[in-house]
Write a protein that binds this ligand. Structure first.
Ligand SMILES: Cc1cc2nc3c(=O)[nH]c(=O)nc-3n(C[C@H](O)[C@H](O)[C@H](O)COP(=O)(O)OP(=O)(O)OC[C@H]3O[C@@H](n4cnc5c(N)ncnc54)[C@H](O)[C@@H]3O)c2cc1C
Length: 443
């Protein structure tokens, strides 16, 4: 029986993505502007869709594959994040970190699978995205943060993962600031310039992948064997579709699907002058995560800019307001000033936001949604590593392959269902507010 899948939310500008602005202008996009036919269509040109399209092409070299993106690849969320490819479970202060050793190890295997896949592509194609296998620092600013890091250290010992403590002087030598009390270094994280990486992954797709940008799918008319995707100026007929639209797949109203579009915000400074670089000191490039997950993430970039991220906001309309951006910029400036008093003239040049796709139980959507339509959605904030892996694995699953990681994803919990709006708005926003308040000094 024919059915229609409607897309209700599309990416909005949401501030100015500093990573994208630092790049040379992109070539004009190829858009869907006629009637096309492909064997496969992957919807969403974030990290998940980019890996899904590539893996399909690697395994089915004779198939024709379209990758369609509503905006420019590299300008949306996957190209506007902090650029951490994180291998370890993330929520270091939560009790769930100490859940079963096997579950933690399985997560690490899954996330490393994604990192290894993308790293190999970056090296094979020489994608110049400042890929660094330099690890990350988890830093604390007070006793509470130290306790969270100690809990994290215990969890790491249990799963046999290496780490190293740094005292205040040592983390100061890395960052140039005395702000942090101590830190824990874990070596397995990689970092990138995310917009360059996404553009590079799009530009180096195998020959049987055609990339369309500025081409939002409005709906999918599922006529059984054939699915017809409608765009503003054309259509694509196909037999199989993979949905990689992450937060844009969240549904509210009558049947909410448990996916929570929660925005987070980042700012990037202008390039430091030689005097400012000397005043700061420290290493030329480093990546730091706060002891409290609601705190402030900071990266010093090899381009001599500083990128800072904090603040969350539940925005089920998939759009942020100018006042969200102004509030975020003010928060970022305050966090920046507390950390870097020696850089009091270093202005913030760009501020932006982007939607994470969270769920109350860390569940995600992976697998066949209906005949010929597959999905890999919901990376719960670790989209770079988890999206890389789930994009690759959904392609393998859709082509009938099975392996331990595919089975692991098929067995993960579905997002827990949520109350409909406006109850969800109040409950989620209040939870964020309380957690942010509790993060206090880590902001
Ligand atoms: C400020 C910030 C910092 C972050 N830092 C990190 C970090 O350091 N490490 C990390 O792992 N994660 C981080 N994240 C989260 C990370 O960016 C996401 O988890 C990741 O982008 C998810 O990738 P994805 O491909 O699944 O989804 P997305 O990147 O959201 O890609 C989905 C794509 O689908 C497209 N799309 C939607 N609807 C349609 C349609 N109808 N037709 C066509 N295309 C459509 C969208 O335009 C979008 O490009 C951060 C996010 C933000 C906002």
């Amino acid at each position: 029986m024919a059915s229609k899948l409607q897309f209700a939310r599309f990416p909005a500008p949401d501030g100015v993505n500093g990573w994208w602005e630092c790049l040379p202008p992109a070539a004009p996009p190829r858009t869907v502007s006629a009637g096309h036919r492909f064997d496969w269509v992957v919807i969403g040109g974030g990290i998940t869709g980019l890996c899904a399209a590539r893996r399909l092409a690697e395994l089915a070299p004779d198939a024709s594959i379209a990758l369609v993106e509503a905006d420019r690849i590299g300008r949306t969320t996957a190209g506007r994040n902090s650029g951490f490819f994180i291998d370890l479970p993330h929520d270091i202060s939560s009790e769930s970190y100490s859940r079963s050793v096997e579950a933690d190890k399985a997560d690490v295997r899954f996330q490393r699978h994604g990192i290894d896949y993308v790293r190999s592509i970056v090296h094979q194609h020489g994608i110049d995205c400042d890929w660094r296998d330099d690890g990350k620092f988890h830093a604390s600013v007070n006793k509470k943060g130290h306790a969270a890091l100690s809990h994290f250290a215990l969890g790491l010992e249990r799963i046999d993962e290496p780490f190293r403590w740094l005292d205040q002087a040592e983390i100061g030598e890395v960052t140039g600031t005395e702000f942090y009390q101590d830190a824990l270094f874990t070596p397995g994280c990689s970092t990138v310039q995310p917009a360059v990486l996404m553009r590079g992954l799009a530009a180096t797709q195998p020959e049987n992948v055609t990339v369309f940008e500025m081409s939002a799918v409005k709906d999918i008319d599922d006529r059984g064997d054939v699915k017809v995707l409608s765009f503003a100026h054309g259509t694509i007929a196909t037999r199989r579709v993979i949905l990689c639209t992450n937060a844009y797949a969240a549904r509210f109203g009558g049947h909410p699907n448990g996916l929570l579009p929660v925005y987070t915000f980042a700012s990037m400074t202008r390039e430091m002058t030689r005097d400012e670089i000397a005043a700061l000191g420290g290493m030329q490039s480093w990546a730091l995560i706060p002891a409290d997950p609601m705190g402030t993430t900071v990266r010093r970039l090899s381009s001599n800019r500083i990128c800072i991220r904090n603040h969350f906001a539940f925005r089920p309309g998939l759009e942020v307001s100018q006042s969200d951006l102004a509030k975020s910029k003010a928060l970022h400036q305050r966090s920046f000033d507390r950390r870097f008093p020696m850089l009091d003239h270093l202005e913030i040049e760009y501020t932006w936001g982007g939607p994470l796709c969270l769920s109350a139980n860390n569940g995600a959507l992976f697998g066949q949604r209906s005949d010929g339509i597959f999905e890999a959605i919901g990376c719960n904030g670790l989209g770079l590593s988890r999206g890389s892996a789930s994009g690759k694995l959904i392609a393998e699953h859709a082509l009938g392959q099975s392996n331990d990681l595919v089975r692991q994803l098929l067995n993960q919990p579905h997002p827990r269902s949520l109350p409909a709006r406006p109850i969800a708005d109040v409950a989620v926003s209040a939870t964020i507010w309380v957690k942010e308040f509790a993060a206090g000094a880590e902001l």
